[in-house]
Design a protein around this ligand. Structure first.
Ligand SMILES: Cc1cc2nc3c(=O)[nH]c(=O)nc-3n(C[C@H](O)[C@H](O)[C@H](O)COP(=O)(O)OP(=O)(O)OC[C@H]3O[C@@H](n4cnc5c(N)ncnc54)[C@H](O)[C@@H]3O)c2cc1C
Length: 200
């Protein structure tokens, strides 16, 4: 099955990327309709261990609850399929990416977003430069080298894997940034997604 975007990792950065992509639907933008997005996750987000008291504008919240809230927001927009499967490899041929899961299933996409966190990077098949994550206070964390979040053509890294500080807002922001870049490439013009209060 071919998707427009495959996001690998459903934590702070991957879910935020999916939410912004999904929120481009239903706005009368022809280029945005009928896009399909796929998100892989294996439920190991660092947010599961966190109790967040410093997310701007949010009352203190367990990270687990925040994950559920963001997933509900994504569902409300629609268009994002989620699979609880581990991605093992990604390869590229003729400009199209192929993703293979631990169950041996294969999916393809025009764009890939790697959002698997900074604990390790063991996805095979790509020529990426994986290096020590200098912003982690703990040793042994990794990041993938990129320029403006793009590591290979139409393949992006976000969150802690992109070398950002391990904070929800930084990581979520990178997911949003990359979603806007992908939407802009699809549209052929700069895109941001803003809503306003409904008239009463
Ligand atoms: C104990 C603790 C407390 C924290 N407290 C705070 C806090 O108070 N405030 C704050 O702002 N931040 C806090 N954080 C940091 C915050 O949780 C992280 O910065 C954030 O979760 C990182 O987002 P990420 O998207 O880079 O990675 P993650 O949220 O870790 O998401 C990575 C996702 O990738 C998935 N994945 C990995 N490999 C694969 C694969 N091969 N296939 C499919 N899926 C895969 C995992 O299942 C995971 O869901 C805390 C973290 C910890 C550990």
């Amino acid at each position: 099955m071919k998707y427009d975007v495959i996001i690998i990792g459903g934590g702070a950065s991957g879910l935020s990327c999916a939410l912004t992509l999904a929120s481009s639907r239903g706005r009368g933008w022809q280029w945005a309709e009928n896009r399909n997005y796929l998100l892989f996750d294996v439920g190991r987000s660092d947010l599961n261990k966190a109790y967040l008291k410093n997310v701007p504008g949010l009352d203190p919240i367990p990270g687990k609850e925040l994950l559920i809230k963001i997933k509900k927001q994504i569902q409300q927009w629609g268009g994002v399929e989620t699979l609880e499967e581990e991605v093992r490899s990604v390869s590229r041929e003729n400009g199209v990416y192929s993703v293979k899961t631990a169950l041996g299933k294969i999916f393809s996409a025009d764009y890939i977003v790697l959002a698997v966190g900074f604990h390790c990077f063991d996805i095979e098949g790509l020529e990426l430069e994986v290096k020590e994550n200098a912003k982690s206070p703990k040793p042994g964390r990794v990041m993938v080298k990129h320029k403006d979040f793009e590591a290979l053509p139409n393949l992006f890294v976000v969150g802690t894997l992109a070398g950002l500080s391990s904070h929800f807002t930084s990581c979520a922001g990178s997911g949003v940034e990359v979603a806007c870049e992908i939407l802009s490439r699809m549209a052929g013009k700069r895109i941001v997604i803003h809503d306003v209060p409904e008239e009463s």
